[in-house]
Write a protein that binds this ligand. Structure first.
Ligand code: NIG
Ligand code: FE
Length: 426
């Protein structure tokens, strides 16, 4: 891990601290509290944030006056600085883009029709099974490098395109190998339950049994993942199968999360008993389940990049979930089938334009609540003394511009553990 001993960011036009008034993921009105400091400075030491305030206060600090020469200083030129994005849902372990699916959709087929015709997730399996671990690692590494350029410093990364014992483990090993070479933080997730692979067609219970026994045991033993994920939906895995997989994960002390409500509604009661860290997509949700969801620490994670890329008119009902007190996050869902984007600002832009989230809510959902969705909020997602010094500098002068400019990358600098990653750093 690269580290600078002491780093001072000064002349920050708007610093979005996302500091918390209370503990727990943001809900309701607190999603709009960004803790903005104008003309701000941040001091980082040994990879951690040590103080946050105005530039004037920082420059008057007696310790800093004495040690100024030892400090690497970055003048942010009045730009906006915020916590590095926490992208809590990605699928980077695949080999090829799915261009045939793309064309079929343009010609009028939908996600499920394409999957039934042999496209979809299943068409990514062969590439991963045939790939060497090195080739897969290179693919994941390229994604991680790109994420950092777009302001993301923490990312969750799922397996899920190998779908047999060796290829799922190979995918997680590739994620681990790529993570070791990356400055940011990677949270690996085992998604053996992405779809039933072709050789188990009509025998899904046997595949679920394989996941629940040999696969989860090996993943836990080799410490290859922190979470177990399931695609719980029509054409993938049922709520009963999801509960079975969650119970096996629990037995092996792995936390759980799920793809939920992308295509159809599933009742959440039995799922919430397993205390999932997050339920993702949530296009379809039974309103009677919202009070229980709001009472829990489970984060509902929206991935509007998938709605956009699949050409759907319908987006999740963010306003209803926020009004119900549900904690919400935003993620890219980077994957070759439904969301080939790794830009968190793009996800935020879609959340604002298509889901009527405010720019403030989109920022909180992409930072501190993403950190809650990965159970990393003690270290990530806000700019407060004691937290990891993971920051992003955007070449804008008003934070609302982050979700406003779409289709271009305005991130000019990211910092991870207090080490800068761009030419802006002197
Ligand atoms: O989150 N829904 C399941 N998984 C992905 C799609 C994966 C794929 O199509 O390759 C998603 O949208
Ligand atoms: Fe996904």
């Amino acid at each position: 891990m690269r580290r600078t001993s002491t780093l001072l960011l000064v002349n920050i036009g708007q610093l979005l601290t996302l500091r918390a008034a209370a503990n727990g993921p943001r809900r309701g009105a607190s999603l709009s509290e960004l803790g903005v400091i104008a003309d701000a400075a941040v001091l980082c030491l040994g990879g951690k944030i040590v103080s946050v305030g105005t530039t004037g206060d920082a420059l008057r600090d007696p310790w800093l006056k004495k040690n100024r020469k030892k400090v690497v200083e970055i003048d942010c030129g009045g730009r906006v600085v915020l916590p590095g994005f926490v992208d809590s849902h990605t699928h980077p372990a695949f080999m090829q883009p799915r261009l045939v699916d793309f064309e079929k959709r343009i010609a009028g087929s939908n996600y499920e029709e394409i999957a039934e015709a042999g496209g979809g997730i299943r068409s990514s399996i062969e590439g991963v099974r045939k790939a060497s671990k090195t080739a897969l690692t290179q693919k994941v590494s390229a994604v991680l490098a790109d994420l950092l350029r777009h302001g993301t410093t923490t990312v969750e990364a799922k397996s899920g395109y190998g779908l047999d014992f060796e290829s799922e483990l190979k995918s997680l090993e590739a994620i681990r190998a790529a993570a070791r070479e990356w400055a940011g933080t990677v949270v690996p997730t085992f998604l053996g339950a992405h779809t039933v692979p072709p050789e188990y067609r009509g025998r899904s219970q046997e595949y679920v049994d394989l996941i629940c026994t040999a696969m989860i045991r090996a993943v836990a033993k080799r410490k290859l993942a922190q979470f177990v994920d399931v695609f719980c939906d029509r054409g993938a895995f049922s709520a009963e199968e999801t509960a079975q997989i969650f119970a096996a994960a629990e037995k092996h002390k792995l936390a759980v999360r799920a793809h939920m409500g992308q295509l159809t509604e599933t009742r959440l009661g039995p799922i919430l008993q397993y205390r999932p860290a997050s339920l993702d997509h949530m296009d379809y949700v039974n309103h009677a389940d919202l009070p229980a969801l709001a009472q829990s620490d489970t984060v509902a994670t929206f991935v509007p990049g998938a709605n956009y890329f699949l050409g759907l008119a319908r987006y999740p009902d963010a306003r209803r979930l926020v009004a119900s007190g549900v904690a919400i996050a935003l993620a890219t869902d980077y994957n070759p089938g439904s969301s080939p984007t790794l830009s968190m600002p793009m996800a935020m832009s879609l959340a604002c334009t298509h889901m009527k989230m405010s720019p403030e809510e989109a920022i909180a959902a992409a930072t501190i609540n993403g950190a809650w969705a990965l159970r990393l909020a003690d270290r990530k997602g806000s700019i407060e003394a004691g937290k990891d010094a993971d920051l992003a500098v955007f070449d804008v002068h008003d934070y609302r511009e982050i979700a406003y400019w779409f289709g271009a990358n305005r991130c000019v600098l990211t910092m991870v553990n207090g080490a800068p990653n761009s030419p802006l750093a002197s």
